[in-house]
Each structure stands twice: as C-alpha cells, then as structure tokens.
Design a protein around this ligand. Structure first.
Ligand code: ADP
Ligand code: MG
Ligand code: ZN
Length: 448
C-alpha cells in the first residue's frame, strides 16, 4: 500500500490535515503494510485509535476486530466512527436480537460492510463469538486483530481483566497481524503484553520515549544554603514570573507543586511561603473532603499559584502550565519521581523539577522501609514489594547524594531506554563541576 493512499485517507475519512506526531505517522504507515505485529505505547490523548482505524478503513473488503475493555469506551468510538461515515459496530450483550442477527449476517456475507467490529473481552470468550471469529478467519476476512488498552492483560497493570488473557489463544489460531495499544509504559507490563498476546518475535514497536526534553532537573541541599526558604522563594519567582504574567487571566498563569512527605511539612511550608508573600495552599489526606476539593480547585483555577502537598495530590490533575515541581525532602523511587515531576510542563514549555534534599527526611523513609520489611517477613509477595521499594529508594539516594551522570538517566534506566540527549537540561550536564563541589560540601557538613 502506498503512502499517498494513506495520506489521502487521513484527510478524506478522518478530516485531519496531518498526523498528530511522527510516531503516529510511522505507526500507521507500518501497520497499513500488514507485514508485522505491532506494539504501540503512547500517552493518553496521542491518537492511538487512528493507528488502527485508518488501516481498517483502507482494507475495505475486510474486517478489523477491536478488543476493548469497556462498553462505554466502545460506544464513544463507534459513535465517532459512524459520524465519520465509517461502518463500525459492537457485538455486546446490550444489543437486541435483531441487531445482532443483522450484524452477524453482514459479517458472514461475501462482501461485508462492517469495517470495525468492537468486542469486549467477556464477549470474546463466548461460544457465539468464537464461532463467528473462526468463520471470519477461515474465509480470510480479518484485516487486523486489535487489542486496545492492552495493559489489561497484565496483573502488574492497574486494571487487570482476566478475560484479556484468553485473547492470546484466540489470535494464535488466526494468522493475522495483531496490534496491541496502551498508554502504560512500564517494563513488566510491556513484557506481559508481548508474551500474553503472543506477538511475533519480529513485531515492531512504536513507543514514546520517556525523555521529557523540556524538563530541567536539579538538586539542592537546604542545610548548606544560607537561607533555604529564600532560595526556594527565588526559585518560585524565577519560574513563575509573577511580574510578567500579572495581566494574564488566573487560569492561564503559571503555577507549581511542592511535594512534602508529611502533612505537617505541607502546612509549615505553606504558611512559611505565605509569610514571604508567595500565595500557597496545603493539601493532604488530613483535610476535610470539601477543603481538599476547594483547595485543589483554587490551585487549578490559578487563584493560588503554589500548592504544598503530600503525594496524594496529582491524580487526575490536568493542568498544562505547571512550571515547577519541587520535592521538599526526598522522592520515593524513580517511578513515582518520574510521575510526580511529569506533571510539570505538559504544554511543552521549559519547566523545572527540583529536589531540596535533606538527610533527616531520607532517614525517616529508610526507617519506615525497614519497619515494612520487618512486617513483611514470612509473606513472600509483600516482601518482594518492600524489597523493590528499598531498591528504588537507593537509586533516588544515589541520585541526590552521589550523582555521577545526567539526571535524566535515572528515568531512562528505569524504563530500559538508552540515555537521552539531554543538551544541558539538568544541573549535571550544565555544570557538573559545581554539582560535584556542592555534593562534597554537603557530605562534609553531614558527617559533622
Ligand atoms: P489515545 O487512545 O491515544 O488516548 P485517541 O485515539 O482517543 O487517543 O485520540 C485523542 C484525540 O486526538 C482524539 O480527539 C482524536 O480525534 C485526536 N487525533 C487523533 N489523530 C489526530 C490527528 N492526526 N490530528 C489531529 N487530531 C488527532
Ligand atoms: Mg485509546
Ligand atoms: Zn542531563
């Protein structure tokens, strides 16, 4: 299939002038060739659906079968496709007998009109579906087998669906390219997807790199700063540029998050900042429900630019103009640190991720971990979890107390990617001499 046809379909069927990203384009061009199984991992909102919908449309005598975990998701997709005049349908327990019969009749006809057939994993496990599937497969009518939200096959993922595990067997018996799509990039989940869905050894991977080139990472040590609070205040003022943004609407203004380990710390820090004329709120699980919602909303709307929070803050927070994320203390492990700092710079503009590291805080974390380890003795699964937490924490300690390479490598190692081209987007790559001197001063001061 040639590229011109593919680009034309993007415009004529989907009304898009161009692909959303290079990665989306490359994935679609590859998938359209129907030569390989494909694994696509891109963040939510990057347009993974198009990666199979467009190829499905181009194979216009065949059917693409899409496994998707939720009826609600399926309904949205089917409606959107129908609005674009693309024949899509869903086989589920909610449709009437007549609807089902006419759908199956179309699917079994010599030239079916249905391009995309959406199926839940539960439906996929039924005898009716298996028979239909075998029939379509036998007559070579399936263009692609798509597994959307593929992380549901993994017990390591956040929404494991046992029925997803059966999809591997189903697709194994049908020699058709299989596409697995997910937003979850974790390595264990990726391994599970590839093995469970039995993607061929020569499968192609289209994966967004974990490298966030607009985020600047650095570390400071409050105990060797003349005035740590003043230092923090200056950092906030430089990153948020209050003067420059004073005429902007509140919700367009820059803002930041400061993560603390304890409730008390969030309260102390917020009041300290307020006393220094930096408007701040605190956020933690000890607040009343309505206070939590109110504070989050005030921050979200830009009425208060800084929120001092425990790590319970951030799930579902979708604000593009977060200019900084500070860890006042120590992050927990590389994955949490990545996720927490990843809330900065969603709009792609330069943003800053800083740790103000102190030993007292890391000693407290070590103490809790050793207690957890004690409690987990004899319970194998739990013990493994705590041991992993200990390993992760050691990496973060190393990052803070004994840096020896680009800060972004903490993440590229964690996600098993090659080190990124940082181009001075961290203190180490910008000026490693100063970093080494600072660490040395910190270590000398800390043994005193
Ligand atoms: P994902 O499944 O990765 O979370 P979706 O497939 O739901 O993302 O797409 C997210 C949004 O991006 C949708 O509104 C979709 O219409 C839009 N989109 C997809 N491809 C393009 C494109 N090439 N140009 C513009 N918008 C696009
Ligand atoms: Mg999706
Ligand atoms: Zn670097």
């Amino acid at each position: 299939m040639d590229n011109a046809t593919i680009f034309a379909a993007l415009k004529s069927y989907f009304k898009f002038e161009k692909f959303k990203s290079q990665l989306q384009e490359h994935a679609v061009l590859e998938i359209c060739q129907r030569n390989h199984d494909v694994y696509v991992s891109m963040p939510t909102g990057s347009g993974k659906s198009l990666c199979y919908q467009l190829p499905a449309v181009l194979y216009d005598t065949m059917i693409t079968i899409v496994f998707s975990p939720l009826l609600a998701l399926i309904k949205d997709q089917v409606d959107a496709l129908l609005a674009l005049k693309i024949r899509a349908a869903s086989l589920n327990s909610k449709i009437t007998k007549t609807e089902r019969e006419s759908l199956i009749a179309d699917l079994k006809s010599t030239s079916p009109n249905t391009r995309l057939l959406y199926v839940t994993p539960e439906q996929a496990a039924t005898k009716t579906f298996k028979e239909l599937f075998d029939n379509l497969c036998k007559f070579n009518k399936i263009a692609f087998i798509v597994v959307d939200e593929a992380h549901c096959v993994s017990e390591w993922g956040h929404d494991f669906r046992p029925d997803y595990l059966k999809l591997g067997t189903l697709r194994e018996n049908c020699k058709v390219p299989c596409l697995a799509l997910t937003a979850t990039a974790g390595k264990q989940v990726t391994k599970d997807i590839i093995s469970s869905l039995k993607l061929a050894p020569d499968h192609k991977v289209f994966k967004t790199s974990c490298f966030r080139s607009n985020l600047f990472y650095d570390v400071f040590f409050p105990n060797i700063l003349p005035d740590p609070f003043k230092h923090l205040k200056q950092f906030i003022e430089t990153t948020l540029q209050f003067e420059k943004e004073k005429d902007l609407q509140n919700d367009k203004k820059s803002c930041g998050i400061i993560y603390c380990r304890t409730r008390e710390q969030t309260e102390v820090l917020a009041s300290k900042l307020n006393s220094m004329k930096i408007k701040s709120l605190c956020y933690h699980a000890g607040l009343k429900n309505h206070e939590r919602l109110e504070f989050q909303e005030m921050w979200q709307k830009g009425e208060v630019p800084v929120i001092c929070a425990t790590i319970s803050f951030g799930m579902g927070v979708d604000k593009a103009s977060v200019r900084f994320v500070v860890h006042w203390g120590v992050p927990k492990d590389p994955a949490s640190f990545y996720q927490e700092t990843g809330r900065a710079g969603r709009d792609g503009k330069p943003s800053w991720c800083r740790v103000y590291y102190n030993r007292a805080d890391s000693k407290a974390v070590e103490f809790h971990l050793s207690q957890d380890l004690g409690k987990a003795s004899g319970k194998e699964a739990k013990k493994l979890n705590v041991e992993n937490a200990v390993k992760g924490f050691k990496k973060v300690l190393e990052y803070c107390e004994n840096p020896s390479e680009c800060r972004h490598v903490l993440f590229s190692n964690h996600f098993e990617e090659p080190p990124p081209k940082c181009k001075k987007n961290c203190d180490w790559c910008k000026d490693k001499k100063s970093v080494k001197e600072m660490v040395e001063t910190f270590l000398i001061k800390s043994v005193q």
